[in-house]
Design a protein around this ligand. Structure first.
Ligand code: SF4
Ligand code: SF4
Ligand code: SF4
Length: 605
């Protein structure tokens, strides 16, 4: 029986997993995909936060090899982390349906970069990708992907963009009709042991070549499947220019149609590989086509290839040649593109960029990171140290007023980059700053490498017992896992000590103590690890647990001389300057007391 439900895109994907009879869902937190794990758990599916995306994909593959349906969940940066495994599982194939959710963030609304993982999954790993145009379609595609994954023995990917993951809409809720298969692990070493062995039964060819050949042979089967799926279709209408809407680009195109009150000739393309026959049928009718896709010219290049091979003469406009090459699509942009394409003009310059009002990125009022960053700033000023950063709430320390981290790349890069700077000859101290979740994700191996190579750096682990930035997901250093099971939290200090680093623990709410410790530690030789330990205020204060004794802090206006250091050098959002004196907004202030150490005049009491 089918009923309707109003859900978020990510919840629709989890609902599809339930209806598809999925047994295992594994992921690593990352906006815009994070909610899928909790939503899967709420449907009674075994769900876990793995320590990183590669491990999540490996867990899901393990379940698939037991004939169970499984799903790996991540954002685009995580798909990069998965690449090594992806380039093996594409050759081996899977047993139970295995779906990779690779959520992209065109426009980099909540990411350090923007990228199009269709390239990695389809162009590079030669695996099929569904690119949903709506929430309902994301649900339908997820279910279909499990079925097709089992049919073809290939991993299927769903690439929802941010506007699908975080939008809400009505979806059809259906009964679970899939009968789970019995759990069975059957050995097939010729397939699942990826090794450079000679295959006698294949004329002495090496196994990697045999498996590569298998994957190449699968491509024709995939093309045929895509031709017959309901997700791609042609919409006929009068007009000189044909429009191709890919994924969310199709939805924008439909919105543009309703604004223009005009039916346009449209080819909806939401699968890779492309349905070649449909593409040929559509493009052959026009002298010009315009392709709307997030983010890179993937479909554009593929259609150009098809037209070249088939000798079809058509002008093809898209991300490469006509639309902005960076940033998100929007209905406004598509309206401009339609107007320009029909008038045979280039896109107007003002349509090429999107104006986003500036906002200051900082930590929450009362966050322990602010005390840590302020203490670190004092050490950096005195020593000329370079700070390499990582991903997490603390990374806002790279902006004003802290201006601390000089590099931020991707998960775990802070530690190897720090000792690389030393290896490059930088003589002053170098300090890597990383969060606890990131430490378990990809920091451990960097630390091992630093110790092994006798580096001379300081590593600060900002340990707040959660993955705060993405919505408080637990990690191996937390007290419980996502299923609420208690376990012995892994202490980053003990791990670092066992690895051979000199370790220290400080309370970042105590700025003076932290400053003193850091000033001493940076002078020491070797790899030193400082664990700045305090619970994430935003998460744990809701449970009545905070890492400081709250007090009422006020400004003595007789003492305050309006120097503004508490605002321009420290930056707690609860402090402002009013009529030339500091003022604390008591409704926002949580009484952490850190600002008391910031005011050298002693005006904060
Ligand atoms: S969520 Fe937690 S760790 Fe992040 S800025 Fe807020 S208080 Fe700090
Ligand atoms: S409270 Fe202290 S730091 Fe802030 S403006 Fe007044 S004197 Fe300066
Ligand atoms: S005590 Fe000071 S630093 Fe802490 S929240 Fe209040 S104003 Fe901000």
């Amino acid at each position: 029986m089918s009923t309707k439900e109003f859900v978020m895109g990510n919840e629709a994907i989890a609902l599809a997993a339930k209806e598809a009879g999925v047994s295992v869902v594994a992921g690593y937190p990352g906006t815009p995909a994070s909610e899928i794990i909790d939503a899967s758990l709420s449907h009674g599916i075994y769900a876990e936060w793995s320590t990183n995306e590669k491990h999540a994909f490996e867990v899901a593959t393990g379940a698939s090899l037991c004939n169970q349906r499984a799903m790996a969940v991540m954002k685009h940066n995580g798909t990069n982390v998965v690449t090594d495994f992806l380039m093996h599982v594409n050759f081996t194939g899977v047993r139970g349906g295995l779906v990779l959710i690779s959520a992209d963030d065109p426009g980099g609304n909540s990411s350090q970069n923007e990228e199009d993982t269709r390239i990695l999954i389809h162009n590079y790993a030669h695996l099929p990708v569904f690119d949903p145009s709506s929430i309902q379609e994301a649900k339908e595609m997820t279910k279909k992907a499990f079925e097709l994954s089992e049919q073809t023995e290939l991993v299927f990917a769903l690439r929802p963009v941010m506007r699908i993951c975080h939008a809400r809409g009505i979806v059809e809720k259906e009964d679970v009709t899939y009968q789970k298969k019995p759990v069975e692990f059957k050995n097939d070493r010729s397939r699942f042991v990826m090794s450079a062995v000679v295959e006698k039964e294949h004329g002495g060819v090496l196994r990697p070549i045999i498996r590569h050949r298998w994957l190449n042979q699968k491509q024709n089967e995939l093309k045929e499947i895509m031709e017959n799926l309901p997700f791609n279709h042609i919409e006929k209408a009068d007009g000189e220019v044909g429009y191709v809407g890919c994924g969310i680009g199709y939805s924008y195109l439909k919105e543009a149609e309703s604004i223009l009150d005009k039916k346009l000739p449209v080819l909806k393309l939401t699968t890779l590989p492309l349905p070649e026959k449909k593409v040929i049928e559509f493009v052959s009718n026009y002298k010009k086509i315009v392709i709307f896709e997030e983010l890179e010219p993937v479909v554009e290049n593929l259609i150009k290839g098809i037209c070249y091979d088939k000798g079809i003469q058509v002008e093809i406009l898209g991300r490469k040649t006509f639309l902005p090459a960076e940033g998100e699509l929007s209905t406004g942009l598509i309206l401009k593109a339609i107007e320009s394409a029909e008038a045979n003009k280039a896109m107007p310059k003002e349509a090429q960029s999107t104006y986003i009002p500036a906002r200051v990125r900082t930590q929450c009022v009362g966050c322990s990171h602010r005390g840590l960053l302020y203490a670190l700033k004092s050490v950096v000023r005195r020593t000329g140290a370079v700070v390499t950063g990582d991903i997490g709430c603390h990374d806002a320390g790279s902006f004003q007023p802290m201006n601390l981290q000089s590099t931020i790349y991707c998960m775990g890069s802070s530690i190897p980059m720090a000792y690389g700077i030393k290896a490059g000859g930088y003589e002053k101290p170098v300090i890597a700053m990383i969060g606890d979740s990131t430490f378990f994700h990809n920091g451990l191996t960097g630390l091992a490498s630093a110790i092994f190579n006798k580096a001379n750096i300081t590593v600060i682990i900002a340990d707040n017992s959660t993955t705060a930035m993405t919505g408080f997901q637990p990690h191996p250093g937390s007290e419980t896992n996502v299923r609420g099971e208690q376990f012995q939290a892994i202490d980053p200090a003990s791990v670092a000590a066992v690895m051979g680093a000199k370790t220290y623990i400080c309370n970042p709410y105590n700025v003076e103590e932290t400053k003193k410790l850091l000033a001493e530690v940076v002078k020491e030789e070797g790899v030193k690890v400082v664990i700045a330990r305090a619970l994430c205020y935003l998460k744990f204060s809701r449970e009545g647990r905070v890492s400081f004794e709250a007090r009422k802090v006020t400004v003595d206006h007789e003492v305050c001389n309006g120097c503004k250091i508490c605002v321009s050098d420290f930056g707690c959002p609860a402090i402002t300057i009013v009529d030339g004196k500091a003022r604390i907004d008591q409704d926002s202030c949580n009484g952490c007391g850190v600002c008391v150490s910031v005011c050298a005049r002693g005006a904060m009491k």
